[in-house]
Design a protein around this ligand. Structure first.
Ligand SMILES: Nc1ncnc2c1ncn2[C@@H]1O[C@H](COP(=O)(O)OP(=O)(O)OP(=O)(O)O)[C@@H](O)[C@H]1O
Length: 637
């Protein structure tokens, strides 16, 4: 652990926030790598551009090639102008001789200006489209991966870094454009120089190499630093957002968490600043070395030209053109190096995005598969074991075999951490078993069409999403693929017994359920729970999974919700219910009791009470709370 990280994660601040540091394998970058990757970099810019807007891509390419060629023609025309002006003839004749070349220079400049305008317009059109296409692909892939990938910190880090790829893809377009332009004008200048005198070309290269080296070195350091610090950045952003998040606001104020978070935020920012300062120091040193090298090379170039002139090996007009060509050439080479390097740097980020695409494809929820039985009678867990990634001491589900008869109410009971939620997540297809299998009337779910499976399931998870949308959308999002139907919303609200919740809202179903937006409204925990149940009812899945549906409900509401749930089962829906309120389990057709990931009891509530096992023990513990003190009679009136 570095000094800065010790400071951050467990040093003088004394609190370990539990965010891991990580070491990344640095990419091997260098001149050679950059040059060999150039064609593929250009190809990938072109590919991105063509995907976004093929016509604009063609315009940019044609305009840039045209501009490069215009520079070559104008250089040759300048040479003719100089030769004409320095010819051994009367001045009028010399001017007349130079006139056609001068006109050529003017025409070429005009054409170049028009091409530049066309390229600027097309690039401007292209860039936002490229970013949008790349962002859409990123989001699409991210939304299609398995839940286990989203919960995997390594995949999450890739998601984090890859999000910069879309903006980089956008920037790659303009860098790519400038690279093409600089390459063509460099070829023109180099060609002219070689014709003038062979020694001029190596001198041109020597002059430009230092800036190439410096730009490349800086880019590599920036990229390496970014990768080493991305987790740190993320933690910093998280701290900043926690400080202003409404859900954290009460604790920040009552428990005084604000200064604590701020201290950590400051420590994080300071270590990030130290890194910035380190990069700046290195950049200054590299810049100085490069400038000294360039100065020496420039002096050598002009000394050589002077020597050639003095020795009579070169005419004055040729030397004049050579000076212009050397300047144009070194400018183009300088631009080329800087732009290739920038292109390369952006490509590394686009590379992260491409890595994400590959990884996301590997971890995507499979598409297609065997059909599930139309009207199954039973879902079975057979010797199912499931362990969350990490170093948990025991599996969350350990060799579980049980049956879920459909069209009934099945309750899952057990102490905290016994594996109930994990079991329903496997049932909903969110995870797949590490060992054993889950079958629907004998059809193994691992081979089944996962999309079709999800279509049948409606779920009210413990931490179901409180979408920052209107009340109506919060219900209808239960089946967002179907057109939003007001009647269906009303029916779902009635099924969940949530009419009062919605009637009390200032704008009814049109009320925005997000307090931190203007016109937004916040519901209480219990009211939200009704919304969650209405959402599941709206979904009309044949299997309804409810995980602690009444945890936030008052006694009257709880009774009502269980009534509604029973009614759903009465209409043929299967209800899988997780609850700690054992009185409510009395109406279940079947109860499975889990303990430390293992199935320990199964049966009807009466059978389990009679058996005197874990269920009976938990039941009597709860019952005792009500019977240990006599209940006072309600006051008359
Ligand atoms: N996403 C996760 N990643 C890693 N471990 C998890 C995850 N979710 C649950 N666990 C672990 O798996 C075990 C079973 O958890 P699960 O949520 O299934 O229990 P539960 O019976 O639903 O508990 P509760 O009654 O508290 O809701 C616990 O030890 C828990 O720490």
């Amino acid at each position: 652990m570095s000094e800065s990280e010790r400071l951050l994660f467990g040093g003088p601040l004394r609190y370990d926030m539990g965010w891991n540091q990580h070491a990344d394998a640095f990419l091997e970058l260098g001149f050679r790598a950059m040059l060999t990757r150039l064609p593929s970099l250009l190809a990938s810019s072109l590919r991105l551009a063509r995907q976004a807007d093929p016509q604009a891509a063609r315009t940019v390419l044609a305009a840039e090639v045209g501009r490069g060629m215009a520079q070559a023609v104008s250089l040759l025309a300048v040479n003719s102008v100089l030769a004409g002006l320095m010819a051994d003839a009367p001045i009028e004749e010399r001017l007349r001789g130079a006139a056609p070349a001068l006109i050529t220079v003017a025409v070429v400049m005009l054409v170049a200006a028009l091409l530049r305008a066309a390229s600027t317009y097309a690039t401007g059109r292209l860039e936002p489209k490229v970013e949008r296409v790349a962002t859409e692909r990123y989001l699409e892939r991210a939304a299609a991966v398995e839940l286990s990938a989203i919960e995997d910190h390594a995949f999450h880090k890739l998601l984090d870094t890859a999000q910069y790829g879309a903006a980089s893809a956008r920037r790659m377009i303009s860098y790519g454009t400038r690279v093409v332009n600089a390459m063509i004008s460099l070829i023109a200048a180099a060609g002219v120089l070689t014709v003038l005198h062979p020694v001029l070309l190596p001198l041109l290269v020597t002059m430009t190499l230092p800036s190439a080296w410096s730009a490349l070195t800086l880019a590599r350091r920036r990229y390496e630093s970014f990768h080493a610090w991305v987790q740190h950045e993320r933690a910093g952003r998280l701290l900043a957002s926690l400080l202003i998040e409404p859900a954290a606001a009460p604790e920040i104020r009552v428990h005084g968490v604000g200064p604590f978070l701020l201290r950590h935020f400051r420590a994080m920012s300071e270590t990030a600043e130290t890194e910035q300062a380190r990069l700046a120091r290195l950049a200054a040193r590299t810049g100085l070395i490069a400038a000294a090298w360039t100065g020496l090379a420039t002096a050598a170039t002009y000394a050589t030209l002077g020597g050639l002139l003095l020795g009579g090996a070169m005419a004055l007009s040729v030397a004049g053109t050579a000076v212009i060509a050397v300047r144009t050439g070194s400018q183009s080479l300088g631009t080329l190096v800087v732009e290739v390097n920038a292109l390369h740097e952006e490509a590394l980020f686009v590379g992260d995005l491409e890595r994400l695409h590959v990884e996301a494809a590997d971890r995507a929820i499979p598409v297609g598969g065997a059909a599930l039985p139309e009207d199954p009678k039973e879902i079975r867990f057979e010797d199912v074991t499931f362990r969350y990634p990490g170093d948990a001491a025991r599996p969350a589900l350990d060799d579980v075999t049980l049956s879920l008869p459909l069209g009934r109410i099945v309750a899952l009971v057990g102490e905290n951490g016994s594996g109930k939620t994990t079991l329903v997540k496997l049932l909903a297809g969110l995870y797949t078993p590490d060992a054993g299998r889950i079958t629907w009337d004998g059809v193994d779910v691992s081979t089944a069409d996962r999309h079709a499976l999800a279509e049948r399931v409606a779920m009210v998870a413990q931490d179901f999403k409180r979408w920052p949308f209107t009340a109506r959308v919060n219900v209808a999002v239960g089946r967002s693929s179907a057109p939003l139907g007001d009647e269906r919303v009303a029916a779902a609200v009635a099924e969940a017994g949530a009419e009062e919740v919605f009637a009390d809202l200032p704008r009814g179903l049109d009320t925005l359920l997000a307090r931190n937006f203007s016109g937004g409204h916040e519901l209480s925990g219990g009211q939200w729970q009704r919304v969650g149940i209405a959402r599941a009812a709206y979904r009309q899945g044949s299997i309804l999974i409810v995980d602690e549906p009444t945890a936030a409900l008052d006694a009257r509401a709880e009774l009502e919700v269980f009534e509604k749930i029973r009614a759903l089962a009465g209409s043929g829906q299967t209800v899988v219910l997780i609850t700690h309120r054992l009185a409510s389990v009395r109406h279940a057709d079947l109860v499975h009791v889990l303990d430390q990931g293992r199935l320990v009891e199964s049966g009807t509530p009466d059978e389990l009470l009679a058996a005197g096992g874990v269920y009976a023990e938990l039941y009597s513990l709860q019952a005792e709370q009500f019977t240990s003190r006599p209940v006072p009679a309600p006051r008359a009136g």
